[in-house]
Design a protein around this ligand. Structure first.
Ligand code: URA
Length: 488
């Protein structure tokens, strides 16, 4: 039986040397008792072992690094476990990658635990200044209580990080000393009494300020910063208070946070932005562009879009509501009953339709199917708004001196309001660009007036409106800018 007691310092390297030598002697795990100075000070004995064939093997690199870490684990079995696995590796090298192997799984668990301990040490060691601030190299000391024997394998990290100062990390079993750029180790010491650090108040303020109460997860926090470390962390004293006040602070943060606009408002904003932009294609392309329009769902049921018709260089633009059943089939505005009535009254009023650009506020026919018939439906404000883009494009091309708006829909599309059209009819309203709009009723309204006497009266008023349009055009084209003609 061979008894091997490994030193407290340089343990990993000593294990490697001892394991290599045991292998070369062909010692099986059962022939060795592994120990360390810490557990068996002074005990070192060697008994004759059964001679076996020396072993020559190439040890996988990943085992070397595994052993390098596991040697710093607190478990007293660690050296034996490592050698046992190494012994098995000589006949089955593939075991180093066998996740199902229990021996390897145990060693990997130990490796993970040591790595975690090293990580905590890097995060939670807190130095206090112990020397004179004016010295060429400032001196610091820290007290730490690691779970495993991690002072030695982790000290390099601190040596690189704090290379320009002298420091010592004191732990119960080992002390790492960095002096004048060289690292050494000494036995552990009881907890020293360290002075308060001048920068500690600053650190506490920083810690409080980076603490986000809205993201507090106590479980995750205590797993990341286990309570056993708290006693040596100055900032830990603030944690209970921060946790207790987190809900109230998170609520206050939420109340103070800017709110996002509701989805509907955002949609409306996007639609508005789309409407703000103007159609800017060549004028010949406008009718085709209107034909292809899919800006609102009306295009799905209508036969076709009906763009405005007429010369582009005329002073009068006539705007109706939307194509009717016949206009939808013909692709031309005002060819059905309402258009025929309009033509009749226009003729009496001396208005020549061919001298005007005739269009509609909405370019697609909106209807409800009733058997074989398609019953007209008034377009809603959204549809009017979507289609105003095309009306604006037509206006931009024609640049009329006067617009005759027939009915509430045309009034809404042009002036923004279709309300009280019977009261407003015959009056002139001005658009933002100064274009006058003469308001009147829609010819289909005349067709629907049930009382013959009243219908006659309305026909007279309508003819009066059209005559007024003719007079205004005459005045505007001979005396451009005349305000008198535009008064309501
Ligand atoms: N009504 C309108 O407003 N426009 C037409 O084109 C036909 C009927």
């Amino acid at each position: 039986m061979r008894h091997i007691s490994l030193p407290d310092f340089g343990t990993a390297a000593a294990w490697r040397t001892a394991a290599r030598s045991c292998l070369s002697e062909g010692l099986s795990p059962a022939d060795i008792i592994w120990g360390s100075e810490q557990t068996e000070r002074g005990l070192f004995y060697d008994q004759p072992t059964t001679a076996a064939a020396p072993v020559n093997m190439t040890v996988p690199r990943s085992f070397v690094s595994l052993a390098e870490t596991v040697c710093w684990h607190r478990d007293t079995d660690r050296f034996a476990r490592l050698y046992q696995f190494l012994w098995r590796l000589k006949d089955a090298p593939h075991l180093i990658a066998d996740r199902g192997d229990e021996g390897l799984a145990h060693l990997r668990g130990m490796e993970k635990s040591v790595h975690r301990c090293q990580h905590k040490m890097k995060a939670f060691v807190r130095f206090r200044e112990i020397g004179n601030r004016d010295d060429a190299r400032r001196s610091f000391a820290a007290w730490f209580e690691p779970t495993h024997h991690t002072v030695e394998p982790t000290a390099d990290f601190f040596a690189r990080r704090f290379a320009d100062m002298d420091w010592r990390i004191v732990t119960p079993e080992k002390t790492a000393i960095f002096q004048d750029g060289s690292l050494s180790f000494a036995p552990g010491e009881p907890k020293p009494s360290l002075p308060d650090d001048a920068s500690e108040a600053l650190w506490l303020t920083y810690f409080r300020s980076i603490f986000n109460p809205a993201r507090l997860k106590v479980h995750a926090m205590t797993s990341e910063m286990p309570k056993k470390y708290w006693k040596n962390l100055p900032e830990a004293a603030t944690i209970p208070d921060l946790i207790a006040n987190a809900p109230a602070r998170a609520r206050a943060m939420a109340d103070a946070a800017p709110t996002l606009p509701p989805v509907r408002a955002e949609n409306a904003r996007q639609q508005l932005a789309a409407h703000m932009s103007a159609w800017n294609g060549p004028k010949e392309a406008l009718p085709a562009a209107i034909h292809d329009c899919t800006r609102c769902p009306l295009h799905k049921t209508a036969t076709q879009a009906v763009p405005g018709v007429g010369p582009l260089d005329v002073p009068l633009m006539i705007v109706g509501e939307q194509p009717g059943d016949q206009e939808d089939l013909a692709g031309l505005p005002f060819v059905g009953p309402a258009g025929q009535l309009f033509d009749k009254v226009a003729q009496s009023a001396g208005l020549i339709r061919e001298d005007a650009f005739v269009t509609n506020a909405v370019k697609h026919f909106k209807f409800t199917p009733r058997g074989k018939r398609r019953l007209h439906q008034r377009p809603n404000s959204g549809e009017i708004e979507h289609c105003r883009w095309w009306l604006d494009a037509e206006r931009a091309l024609v640049k009329p001196k006067l617009i005759l708006a027939l009915g509430a829909t045309a009034a809404e599309a042009l002036t923004g309001s279709g309300a009280n059209i019977l009261r407003r009819r015959g009056s002139v309203e001005q658009l933002a660009d100064g274009t006058p709009v003469l308001l009147s009723v829609h010819p289909s309204f005349l067709l629907r007036v049930p009382d013959a006497c009243e219908r006659e009266k309305q026909m007279v008023l309508f003819e009066h409106d059209l005559r007024r349009a003719v007079e205004m055009i005459a005045a505007l084209t001979t005396r451009p800018g005349s305000q008198d003609m535009m008064a309501g």
